[in-house]
Design a protein around this ligand. Structure first.
Ligand code: TYD
Ligand code: MG
Length: 379
């Protein structure tokens, strides 16, 4: 969008520069792109561009950190797309505070907003999420910019998700799924297939959840492993899910389903380096934990979805029909869903036509019930 200021945040090394370099390459077919870098030298940037097969003469690379010079160049070149990589390296000696500090960061961003609006050019800012996160990271800029995107993923996994958390011009409901390769990021058109590719079927602790990312249903494998704690406090190690939420699920499992893990170390992993935040994944995580503890595999062709309440009840989830269609498409034959979601399902099926055949949908009112029906706990 012309005249807009967009922030792309993410952990260092996650692929922000690469993504914006690739975007620059596509946009350079239509006009001049200005890529300002305060992190890498022009030679380094060219090297990466060459490795990614990018060789456009329409991308001007400027290694610069001084705000005044950057603004001057934007006004002179009037690019169709500008990248500033990263906003944390930009400073101005006109602003009387230390470079890299929060007030420099805010001031520089506000000045760039004026330039974007005044000169009608789109500017993308890269912002590293720092360990201190909220303090010097991009979060302090979220209210200034027009749109905020985050690139996420686990550093040593190939998958990346691009998510919008704010957009003044459109919906934040869409995500992009990418895979990192030698030649840059590639869009993953069929993420569910890819995420389930390496699954070892029939292993205790492995459960599939149909999540929804933006508007896109995505099947993800939850893995849990539990081992007796040998000394000290039990460990809880989570990758891809919220540790606070895991604590809640452990408490609910113990209190409402009689599955106590107080003497066990617990490891939970969302396969593929994905981060899932929606509570609809609660049931799958809880079933994976119970399955791991009892050493009983869940049926590999069943998916589980539902939010867990503190009373052990299963609460309805959004977009249940879309989730189940995706499960059916990938060959799953059974879905355990919250009882309350069945009526939503009937409603949306009446509106959108029937679920494809071959998927048995089981409504469960509670965690205990879901565990019984999946054969992991005795009734
Ligand atoms: P980079 O884009 O520099 O991350 P950020 O700007 O977020 O800090 O990517 C980190 C490293 O990963 C860099 O050395 C390039 C490499 N990389 C690939 O080899 N392939 C890819 O698809 C991506 C995204 C990165
Ligand atoms: Mg970078």
């Amino acid at each position: 969008m012309r005249g807009s200021l967009v922030l792309l945040g993410g952990d260092p090394g996650i692929g922000k520069s690469s993504l914006l370099m690739q975007a620059s390459a596509s946009l350079a077919e239509r006009g001049t792109v200005l890529y300002v870098s305060g992190e890498e030298s022009a030679a380094q940037i060219k090297l990466r561009a060459r490795r990614f097969g990018i060789s456009s003469g329409n991308i001007l690379v400027l290694a610069e950190t001084d705000l005044g010079t950057i603004i001057e160049q934007i006004r002179r070149i009037h690019p169709i797309f500008t990248v500033i990589d990263s906003i944390q390296t930009v400073s101005s000696d006109v602003i009387g505070s230390a470079a890299g500090g929060v007030s420099q960061l805010r001031e520089c961003t506000a000045r760039l907003l004026e330039v974007a609006k005044g000169d009608d050019v789109p500017i993308f800012l890269v912002g590293h999420v720092t360990k201190e996160g909220a303090v010097a990271g991009p979060r302090v800029l979220e209210h200034i910019v027009d749109a905020v995107l985050y690139l996420e993923g686990e550093r040593f996994h190939a998958f990346r998700i691009l998510r919008a958390t704010k957009d003044r011009f459109g919906s934040t409901d869409e995500v992009g799924v990418f895979e990192m390769g030698e030649t840059g990021l590639r869009e993953v058109a069929n993420p569910s297939e890819v995420f389930l590719e390496e699954r070892n079927k029939g292993v205790p602790g492995s459960v599939i959840v149909p999540t929804v990312e933006g508007t896109r249903p995505l099947l993800v494998e939850v893995q849990a492993l539990v081992t007796p704690t040998s000394f000290g406090l039990p460990r809880r190690t989570v990758s891809g899910a919220d540790p606070q939420r895991l604590a809640v699920l452990l408490a609910v499992l113990s209190k409402r389903a009689g599955i106590g893990l107080g003497q066990h170390d617990v490891y939970v992993n969302l396969v593929g380096g994905l981060r899932v935040r929606e509570p609809a994944a609660d049931l799958a995580v809880a079933v994976a934990l119970a399955s791991a503890l009892r050493d009983k595999a869940a049926d590999p062709r069943t998916v589980f979805v539902g939010e867990l309440g503190l009373g052990g009840e299963l609460r309805r989830v959004q977009r249940v029909a879309a989730r189940l269609k995706e499960a059916q498409r990938l060959g799953f034959t059974r879905a355990i869903v919250p009882q309350a979601s069945l009526s939503d399902l009937n409603g949306s099926l009446r509106a959108q036509g029937p679920l494809p055949l071959g998927l048995e949908v089981v409504g469960a009112p509670s965690l205990r019930d879901a565990l019984t029906r999946s054969g992991i706990a005795d009734s």
